[in-house]
Write a protein that binds this ligand. Structure first.
Ligand code: JB3
Length: 219
């Protein structure tokens, strides 16, 4: 049986890692270090968090470490997806499947008791996740974002700082909803979409599209 009070490690050591680190510390989690190819990454140079190895070494480390969970702490969605796949890869001989990813929720976020958060989700300070919203694994609800009632946010989607999702909005996996954008109630945004910063989305958006402007149009 693994100990209950495990520490977490961060996979990534850049700007997004800094905010995940502070949210973890503020919520009384212990963070043991980070993985990043850059040994001078800001998690070390600004926050003095120890570097444990390169990004590619994280899955192997976790396969042999009984007491640690992890949080993906890079912001780029394609790189996050590569890390998710690496964590799901076959376990090396003698190792074990990594612990489930840890959700990191800043104590100044507000998450409704009826909302559900998946594994490895990050919810930043000032964010609101309202009644019966569902946030899938590894999604980011960044600082000050609002996810209204019954929204469905897909795996590894990123709701960027200050973005507002009206009630019953659906956001597909690997979709970025940009800083300060707005999505009207009931709108469905498919997978791998990019919503530009400040856009106002009035209508459904199809897979892989990039939409910008007010009202948002496909670019
Ligand atoms: O806007 C906000 C509030 N946050 C942004 C966040 C969502 O995304 C933030 O401002 C950044 O723009 C971005 O944060 P992130 O992903 O931490 O970016 P950056 O500070 O550039 O750090 C990325 C880390 O991943 C760096 O330390 C790189 O060494 C590493 N990295 C980036 N691309 C990579 C690659 N490593 C590998 N192995 N391969 C890559 O392609």
């Amino acid at each position: 049986m693994r100990p209950a009070s495990e520490s977490i490690i961060l996979i990534g050591g850049g700007g997004h890692a800094l905010v995940v680190l502070e949210a973890a510390i503020e919520s009384k989690r212990s963070v043991r270090g980070f993985f990043d190819d850059d040994e001078h990454a800001v998690a070390w140079s600004r926050a003095q968090l120890g570097r444990l190895g390169g990004l590619d070494q994280a899955a192997r480390h976790l396969a042999f470490e009984d007491s640690e969970s992890f949080a993906i702490a890079v912001g780029g969605l394609e790189l996050r997806r590569r890390v998710i796949e690496a964590m799901a890869a076959p376990v090396p001989p003698g190792g074990h499947a990594p612990r489930a990813a840890a959700a990191v929720v800043h104590p100044r976020a507000w998450v409704s008791p009826s909302a559900t958060l998946g594994l490895g989700v990050y919810v930043g300070p000032g964010a609101i996740v309202h009644a019966h919203a569902r946030i899938a694994d590894h999604a980011i609800i960044n600082s000050g974002a609002i996810v209204e009632h019954e929204c469905d946010i897909g795996e590894n989607a990123h709701i960027a700082p200050g973005a507002v999702m009206g009630g019953n909005v659906q956001v597909g996996a690997d979709t970025l909803v940009g800083i300060g954008s707005r999505v009207l109630p009931g709108v469905k945004i498919a997978r791998r979409v990019r919503v530009g910063a400040g856009a106002t989305v009035l209508r459904d958006v199809g897979e892989g599209a990039t939409v910008v402007g007010v009202p948002a149009r496909v670019r």
